[in-house]
Ligand binder design. Structure first.
Ligand code: FMN
Length: 200
């Protein structure tokens, strides 16, 4: 049964733009979004998106470029937030972008912050967990961790933009990844229609 609630985490991999574009799609689609940034995510967001002061005041509306009244920002150091508990029901968790550090901690069951704990809860409760991972190249350690996560039920969704819809810029490219993540939690945004086969 759908709850209209989504958990979103933004970690310190390159690609905060994926998170920004994902929030633009998710905010109108869900009733409530529980959002956690890792400490490193805030630093990377400031750098990549040129958002001065964002680390001190990480207002999701600045990322998404639209009002976010239904987004609740959680302290990643505190476990006193609903997604830390299995008894809190929601429609899934998307980590976008997901660093190899966070992927490794989840794969090893090390719940040393709220992001890793909320993901651990998804795995144990068999709820959708989508990791939009970003690193290149991938080491054997990364590949083994991603395999373990897939075996445990997570969806590993590499931040690999597609080009067949002829994206016009970075936001369009990022939308091709964000839309795939939305699809995994039950929505197919009109902004990136599914590919239609046409004979050339
Ligand atoms: C500018 C910048 C870009 C980074 N890009 C990546 C990346 O693409 N993938 C990755 O796994 N780590 C990347 N890192 C390293 C992570 O931020 C680092 O491993 C951190 O400990 C991850 O912590 P977190 O998962 O709690 O955010 C980057 C760091 C910086 C400063």
């Amino acid at each position: 049964m759908r709850t209209g609630r989504l958990v979103v985490a933004i970690t310190g991999a390159s690609g905060t733009v994926y998170a920004a574009r994902f929030l633009r799609m998710a905010v109108p689609a869900f009733d409530e979004i529980f959002l956690a940034y890792s400490h490193q995510a805030l630093e990377v967001a400031e750098l990549e998106l040129g958002l001065p002061g964002f680390a001190a005041d990480p207002d999701p509306a600045r990322l998404a470029g639209l009002p976010c009244p239904n987004v609740r920002v959680m302290d990643p150091r505190s476990y006193f937030h609903p997604p830390a508990s299995g008894s809190f029901t929601h429609d899934g968790m998307v980590i976008i972008p997901c660093s190899m550090g966070t992927a490794g901690r989840i794969a090893a069951g090390i719940s040393d912050n709220l992001v890793a704990r909320a993901a651990d809860v998804c795995l144990k409760e068999r709820r959708p967990l989508v990791l939009v991972v970003r690193e290149t190249p991938l080491s054997l350690v990364h590949l083994r961790n991603l395999t373990a996560l897939t075996e445990a039920g997570a969806v590993v969704l590499p931040a690999s933009p597609s080009f067949y819809n002829k994206p016009q810029g970075i936001d369009d490219l990022a939308d091709t990844v964000a839309a795939r993540a939305m699809h995994q939690v039950g929505f197919t945004p009109a902004v990136v229609p599914p590919w239609q086969y046409a004979t050339p």
